[in-house]
Design a protein around this ligand. Sequence first.
Ligand code: SAM
Length: 274
Amino acid sequence: MHESSALTHIRKLTNSSVNCSQLDVELLMMHVLKLKKNELYRDNPQINDQNKKDILSLIKRREDGEPLAYVINEKGFRNLELYVDRNVLVPRPETEIMVQTILDNFDSKPHNVIDLGTGSGAIGLSLSKERNNWDITCSDISIEALKVAKKNMISNSLKVNLVNGNWLESFQRDYFDIIVSNPPYLCPNDPSVHSDGLKHEPIIALVSESEGLKDIEKIINKSSKLLTRKGCLFIEHGNNQSKQVCSLFKKYGFSEIATIEDLNGDNRFCSGRL
Ligand SMILES: C[S@@+](CC[C@H](N)C(=O)[O-])C[C@H]1O[C@@H](n2cnc3c(N)ncnc32)[C@H](O)[C@@H]1O
C-alpha cells in the first residue's frame, strides 16, 4: 500500500489536473474521506490506494464536465445541505433570492404555500425551514425528483406535503396564499442546453415549448384560479423573458406586477398579486 498525506495528494492532483481547481479537489477529497474541511486540515490523514483510486474517478467525472454537486451528491442552498443527483436540477444561487423575496414579503402568519416543480426541494424546504408554521406543498411531475425532495425533507428534519402532479392540474379545490415556481424556461433549441454547464441536468427541468414560455403560461393561468384573494405568485424566468412574463401576469388578471433582479443585475423573477 502506498500512503501519502491527504494535503500532499491534493496539491499533486491540482497540479496535474487540467480543469479541476484546488477547491474542487479539496471537496472531492473531503467527500472520499468523509471529512469536514477543518478536520482535513487539522488531521491531514494518510490516504491509501483505494482512496486514491476513488478520488481519481471523481476527478475524471469533473473533467468530463459533470457538475461538482452531482459528483459529491451535495449542494448548499441557503441554510440547507441538499442531496442532489442527476434526477434534479442543481439549485442555483439566483433562486435563493426568490426565496428571500418571499420571506421579506410574508411574515410568519400561517400561509398555504406550494412550490411547483420542486426538484431537490430547494425552494419549498428552505421556506419550511424559516417559516415552520406555513403549510407547504412541494410538487413535481418527476417521481425520481420527488424521491430526492423526500430524502432532503427527512435529512433536514422538515415536514412538507409531497405531491406528484402536472403543475396545478391535480389541485381543483385547494387554494394557496403563495405559489412559487422555478419552471423549465429554456427554448428547446437553445444551444446552451448542450453546454458543459447544463448537459448533465434533466432535460425536463430545463426546456419548455413556445420559446420557453409554455410551462410559465400554464402556471400563471392556473394560479389565477387557485390563489386566494390577494394571493401572490412568484416565478423565475430567463433573463430575456421578463417582458413576456409580465404580459402574461397581466393577461391572467394579476396586479402589483414586479420584476426582481438576480445577483448579476438581470431580470430573473416576476411576482404578482391577484
Ligand atoms: C428548473 S427545475 C427547478 C427545480 C427546483 N425548484 C430548483 O429551483 O432548483 C424545474 C422542475 O420542474 C419539474 N417539472 C417539469 N415539468 C413539470 C410539470 N409539467 N409539472 C410539474 N413539474 C414539472 C422538473 O421535473 C424540475 O424538477
